[in-house]
Design a protein around this ligand. Structure first.
Ligand code: SF4
Ligand code: SF4
Length: 125
């Protein structure tokens, strides 16, 4: 880890995984994403028009002191991570970020007011 990482507690880049997904277009696509985000620790973000799914999940190799247990043999994705544009020091400016079911549902309802999906408890069906 670089010295920049010393002030990053907890080590933010070791606490999640994410991957690109197809841009949702149809009702079926959006419903599928709602199903995904109904699960714990799932979120979505849109970065430069590309949708990503994010899984909040701590890497098993992150030690209690926020150091990497396998630093010399860490994965290439970790090795190539640039501290100048990382989660702690970078200037992320996602056009959309959906942290939970309600946030994604509200976004979909604004774009497609006629579509109906399962509402959170206590809200109108
Ligand atoms: S998020 Fe950035 S500063 Fe923090 S541990 Fe990862 S690379 Fe280092
Ligand atoms: S292998 Fe090490 S650097 Fe990579 S995510 Fe896990 S703890 Fe972080």
């Amino acid at each position: 880890m670089s010295s920049k990482c010393d002030s990053c507690k907890p080590a933010k880049c070791c606490l999640y995984t994410s991957m690109e997904i197809d841009t949702p277009e149809t009702r079926k696509d959006h419903e599928y994403n709602l199903w995904l985000i109904a699960h714990k620790n799932i979120s979505f973000y849109v970065d430069r028009k590309i949708w990503h799914i994010n899984f909040a999940s701590r890497c098993k190799f992150l030690k209690k002191d926020n150091r990497c247990k396998i630093y010399d043999k860490r994965f290439s994705v970790c090795r190539n991570h640039d501290t100048d544009s990382c989660e702690d020091t970078g200037d992320y400016d996602f056009s959309e970020y959906f942290n939970n079911y309600d946030e994604l549902l509200n976004y979909i309802k604004k774009k497609h007011p006629r579509w109906r999906f399962a509402e959170p408890r206590g809200k109108k069906k």
